[in-house]
Structures are given as C-alpha cells and as structure tokens.
Design a protein around this ligand. Structure first.
Ligand SMILES: C[S@@+](CC[C@H](N)C(=O)[O-])C[C@H]1O[C@@H](n2cnc3c(N)ncnc32)[C@H](O)[C@@H]1O
Length: 301
C-alpha cells in the first residue's frame, strides 16, 4: 500500500494494482517516494473527482494497466527494431482516436493516470506549472488554446491554477472531447472552457496569445506542417508550450523522434524561437545502449 496520506482513492488504486497486476504493485509507492505529499494530494484529488465510485476507480486502474502493458510489449520490439511499425495517420485515427470503446476504457484513463504514475510525465507537468503557467499568471493571461487536448489534463491544470482564464480545446477524437469535457466539468470549470471537434489542418483555428500542445507531434506524418499551423495561430508576442514523446512506441505514434534536437530543429523550421526546455527520461536504459522513452517540452515564442 502507499504511504499513509489519508488519500483513500490512492490507497485503493495501489491495492487494486497490487492485487490484479503485481508488476505495477509498487508504482504508487514509487511515485510517493519521488514526489511526496504534494503529488499524493494532487493525484488523490484527481482520482476522487474523476473516479469517485469504487467501480469507476477499478475500471480506470485496469485501463491504465492494459495501456502500460501494451506499451511495455511494444517497447521490447522497438528496442530490437529501432523503428515504429509503419502506420499512416488515417490508420492511427481509425484504430485509436475513433475507436470509442478503446479510447474510453483504456487509452484515456491510461494516459490520465500516466501523468502521475510516470515520473517523466509528472516532471513535465511540473515544468508546465513552474515555467509556463507562472508566466501566464504574471502576464494576466485571459485566454488559451490547447490543440489535441486528449484527456484534458493540461487544460484542467490551467483552469485550476488561473481562476479567470478561459480556454478552447481542439480535438479530432469524439472520445477525447467527451473525456476532456467530463474532466473540466467534474472540476467545476465547464463555464470557462469548450472543446471543438476540428482538425486544424482542415480549417483555421482562432488566434491566441497562449497555446498548449502536449504529445501530439509524434502522432503526425508531417509535424513541421502542423507546427506551422500552430505558429500561424499565435498572436504577436504570444507563447506556446509544445511537447513531443521520443523513443515511445505507443500504438498511435507514427513519427519517430530519437533525440530532442530533432524536435528543436522542427520548432525552429516552423518559425518558433526556443525560450525554455525540459527533457525527461522515463527510466534508465534497460541495458547499456538501449533507447529510453523521453519527453521533450518547450516554451517557444
Ligand atoms: C497523446 S494524446 C494527447 C495528450 C493530451 N495532451 C493529454 O495530456 O492528455 C493525442 C491526442 O491528439 C489528438 N489528435 C491527433 N491528431 C490531431 C489533430 N490533427 N488535431 C487535434 N488533435 C489531434 C488525438 O485525438 C488524441 O486525443
């Protein structure tokens, strides 16, 4: 069980994973050891708000376990082959973003829990808070856009920390739209946020001073073309928080980034200026020389 924090849902999550998925039996303990009580309190609030009832929590836990186990199997293959299996954007969209049952039972709860349970994901969220949200607060930001809001984790974080801000999410997946709307509403922010079901490649999005795009680039065939669209929507003086996943063979990752320098070169090619950078590793290499999943996050102007 996790350290006693009084965090009932977190204790239940740890107990459920330990009983059903022993391989994940210590993930909550490891999170607590790495990030302490602030992490436990924040995670508990998310679980209690999103998955209040025991059945909802156990479904989220098993969704997370399936999501993580699938990735572990793909990682073994990736370590051998060093490429992602060939897949078009259309195929990924059909197989993943438009498969409502898979998105709802596995992908979205898996991703949401990973923002706390995977140290590189949580460190990226803290970089977002300390570098990007802090700058928005000082600038008295009033509006933001998130492209590819997925679970809604980052939009909700912004709405929570900046009580006067309003936002718009752009998504192509009806399941992601619904999950994001559910999260934002569960936290009481529905009147400050809406999700538009729209691919920004098909129709221009609005202009904004503050743009967020977390872990979308590796889902695309042509990330630079997409980054140019993001750049075009940034108002003069605006800033963006843009991230990519590297060496991470998720089912819907079709563009392989091996080193963060590749993401940086694409951001610059699209017209962005790099201001701040965070690169986090998921874990040490499983053997010398093997690739390690990374996240790379940038604040760009
Ligand atoms: C890994 S998730 C993003 C994670 C999300 N930012 C979060 O923190 O939960 C990728 C999301 O990008 C969305 N997506 C893929 N292509 C897109 C596009 N062209 N425009 C907007 N969203 C897109 C998918 O539907 C999916 O929900």
């Amino acid at each position: 069980m996790a350290e006693p924090t009084g965090a009932t849902h977190l204790d239940d999550l740890a107990a459920y994973l330990a009983a059903r998925y022993p391989i994940f039996g210590d993930v909550v303990d490891r999170g607590f050891a790495a990030f302490g009580t602030p992490w436990a309190n924040e995670f508990e609030a998310t679980l209690a708000t999103m998955f209040a009832k025991p059945e909802a929590l156990s479904l989220a836990a098993s969704g997370y376990a399936s999501f993580a186990l699938d990735l572990m199997r793909r990682q073994v293959r990736f370590e051998r082959e060093r490429t992602y299996p060939a897949k078009t954007y259309e195929e990924a969209a059909r197989e993943v973003y438009h498969d409502e049952a898979y998105m709802t039972s596995e992908y979205l709860p898996g991703l949401l829990l990973s923002h706390y349970l995977w140290p590189h994901h949580y460190r990226q969220a803290r970089f977002f808070d300390s570098a990007f949200v802090a700058e928005m607060r000082v600038a008295q930001a009033s509006h933001f856009i998130e492209v590819g809001c997925g679970t809604g984790f980052y939009s909700r974080r912004l709405l929570q920390q900046l009580p006067d801000i309003r936002g718009v999410g752009y998504e192509i997946s009806p399941a992601s739209k619904a999950f994001t709307e559910g999260q934002v509403a569960a936290f009481g922010f529905a009147d400050r946020y809406e999700v538009l079901l729209q691919d920004i490649a098909d129709r221009d999005m609005a202009s904004t001073q503050w743009l967020v795009c977390v872990e979308v680039l590796e889902h695309l065939e042509d990330p630079v073309a997409f980054l140019r669209l993001l750049r075009a929507s940034l108002a003069p003086g605006g800033k963006a928080f843009i991230t990519a996943a590297l060496n991470a063979p998720h089912v819907d990752h079709i563009y392989l980034y091996v080193q963060s320098a590749e993401v940086e070169a694409q951001l610059e090619a699209a017209g962005f200026t790099l201001e701040q950078t965070f690169v986090g590793v998921a874990h040490p290499p499983r053997a010398p020389g093997l690739p390690v999943p990374l996240v790379a996050a940038y604040i760009v102007a």
